[in-house]
Design a binder for this molecule. Structure first.
Ligand code: ATP
Ligand code: MG
Length: 573
């Protein structure tokens, strides 16, 4: 059994404190509960694509299994035929693998339908379940409220024989949807509403993506989940806090059936600022065309984050950092962004690109000539080496890097001022060319050949260093800048009844179609994040890029909003 990696721990004393789930697992191993065996599972319903919230659950379930020498199954909770699809079954597997995990068993709750049916019959025979023929409304009304006990169904005392017969006929397809349900016979007066004769099966004449039309009755979540755990001998069934009240029922079924005693543990789900985190709502965004599919780079889905340029390492690092607790809270999106920054800072190569080009003609540079200048690929990683960047008489700089009437503290280009061009020369702005509308369209400058490589032999200093590209060599590209999909910070405050789509940020996508990149950037394979010097991390888009016109997604800015926020906090802001 290992509970930590060699890097994370030097000695037993500075062993990182385990989160409460890992502590339970460690204690169970120490007590040899279930012979010290650890079996977890990740149980998605294949009704949508995985999102960053699922990543938290994946990292926990697979992480616990890996760290404690256990096993983790991927189990599709596919008991709801009308909402599920093989498209989702496939994407979920792809996303888990991409995150860096692999499952021991690949399971489907639908594989257990026959076993679940037999167990339902067992409960009927034991007098623990009955067929109820009331309407949905009658059943709801009979359940009572927190303050008032429920009332027994008139069908509650049906004989075992009658129940078995009706249940078999439900299965055989003799009844229409809603005509009967199977309920557990527990206690209509229980103070726990979940125990007031919960539904176990409903009739649903619908084609299932795996079992086709074999079944027309489907188990409810509560009668499928715990039993599937027991079949797979799951020792630690880890789920989110909203299932806490279900635990009583989970245990009740296991006890009545006398099956493997899986145990359920709950942790708080991930909520992120400005992020819509529900497959149902994300599906609405996709279907309404508000986004460009499940993998739109603004989506919090794993495929969206991947297309945006997020790395599995960044997402796993984020999940590590937020930890696992039982307190519901709202996690700042800046934390996720920062996890990407710190991963890419180590690994992403640096390049130069100009998003809003302004031409500069270097009037004392020989016409028709050019040269190659050496540039460092990654100052954080010497092994990344260097590359050659072309330089010539005409270059582009960023429009924002020039101001005609610049204040003293503007350390960029302005008339008469000198700046450094990264890896190239010092230049001084000599003329400003304007169009008839008075807009700056071009600059003239002179360069100092003695400053080649970026330093002046006479020791004179410049405050600003600008990125640039050589105009005749640069490749035109489109760059897409993204902002939060939601303009509301805490979406959990938005009630379901309210139209949450009014929270959408209309300016979440800005497309810049006239950007220029240095030639070596055109060769970066799609999906590989790079740093555009001074601008942020960008990734060639896997879907929209063509050989003629690459499209880059801004993955994350360089600005460290998180550090800034922390500083603000320290200053009591
Ligand atoms: P959604 O509401 O987005 O559809 P879900 O809970 O219905 O999510 P499932 O496919 O049932 O999605 O979830 C699979 C597993 O992922 C469950 O164990 C669930 O608790 C967990 N999970 C889902 N969302 C989150 C989240 N935001 N944070 C942590 N775990 C989550
Ligand atoms: Mg669900």
């Amino acid at each position: 059994m290992t509970i930590e990696t060699s890097e994370s721990v030097e000695s037993a004393d500075d062993r990182p404190k385990l989160d409460f789930i890992r502590q339970i697992v460690a204690d169970d191993i120490a007590a040899a509960t279930q012979d010290g065996r650890v079996q977890t599972r990740f149980p998605p319903e294949p009704n949508g694509y995985l999102h960053i919230g699922h990543a938290k659950s994946i990292c926990l379930n697979f992480g616990v299994a890996n760290e404690f020498g256990g096993k983790c199954n991927l189990r599709f909770d596919d008991t709801n035929p009308t909402k599920e699809d093989v498209e989702y079954v496939e994407s979920i597997q792809e996303d888990i693998r991409w995150l860096g995990f692999d499952w021991d068993g690949l399971r489907f709750a639908s594989d257990y339908f026959e076993q679940l049916y037999e167990w339902a019959c067992q409960l009927i025979r034991q007098g623990d379940a009955y067929v109820d023929s009331q309407s949905t409304e009658e059943i709801r009304a009979g359940r009572g409220t927190a303050a008032h006990p429920g009332t027994d169904s008139p069908d509650r005392d049906r004989s075992v024989e009658e129940n078995l017969d009706l249940f078999a006929r439900m299965r055989a397809g003799e009844f229409a949807d809603g005509e009967h349900v199977l309920r557990a016979k527990i206690d209509m007066a229980s103070k726990h509403l979940i125990l007031r004769d919960p539904l176990m099966y409903r009739i649903r004449h619908a084609e299932h993506h795996r079992t086709g039309n074999e079944w027309c009755i489907y188990p409810m979540y509560d009668f499928a989940h715990g039993q599937s755990d027991a079949i797979e001998q799951v020792t630690h069934s880890i789920c989110t806090l909203e299932f806490e009240t279900h635990r009583r029922l989970y245990d009740w079924f296991i006890e009545k059936l006398g099956i493997f005693p899986s145990k359920q543990y709950e942790f708080s789900r991930l909520n992120l600022t400005y992020t819509i985190m529900s497959k149902r709502k994300l599906l609405e965004l996709v279907e309404s065309g508000a986004v460009d599919g499940w993998d739109d780079p603004r989506m919090p889905t794993l495929c969206g984050l991947r297309r945006r340029g997020y790395t599995p390492e960044a997402i796993r690092g984020f999940c590590d950092e937020i930890g696992v607790t039982r307190y519901n809270s709202l996690t700042n999106m800046a934390l996720l962004e920062n996890a990407l920054r710190s991963d890419l800072n180590k690994r992403a190569e640096r390049r130069m690109a100009v998003l809003k080009p302004l031409k500069v003609v270097i009037t004392n540079y020989p016409e028709g000539e050019s040269e190659e200048l050496e540039a460092i690929n990654n100052p954080e990683d010497a092994a990344a080496g260097t590359r050659m960047v072309p330089f010539s008489r005409e270059i582009y700089i960023e429009q924002d890097d020039f101001l005609e009437d610049a204040p003293r503290k503007f350390f960029r280009l302005a008339p008469g001022r000198e700046v450094r061009l990264r890896y190239a020369y010092f230049i001084t702005c000599t003329d400003v060319i304007k169009n008839d509308a008075g807009e700056v369209v071009e600059l003239h400058a002179t360069y100092d050949p003695a400053t080649k490589g970026g330093d002046a032999p006479d020791g004179r200093k410049v405050k600003g260093t600008l990125h640039w590209v050589s105009a005749p060599h640069a490749v035109p590209v489109e760059v897409r800048l993204y902002d939060h999909l939601s303009q509301v910070e805490d979406l959990s405050k938005i009630l379901d009844e309210q139209d949450w789509k009014t929270c959408l940020n209309e300016h979440s996508l800005e497309s810049l179609t006239d950007c220029r990149i240095e030639p070596s950037l055109a060769e970066i394979p799609v999906g590989t994040p790079v740093q555009f010097e001074r601008l942020g991390y960008f990734t060639p888009d896997a879907r929209s890029s063509t050989p003629d016109k690459p499209v880059f997604n801004r993955s994350v800015t360089l600005r460290d909003a998180w550090a800034k926020m922390q500083k603000g906090k320290q200053n009591g802001k």
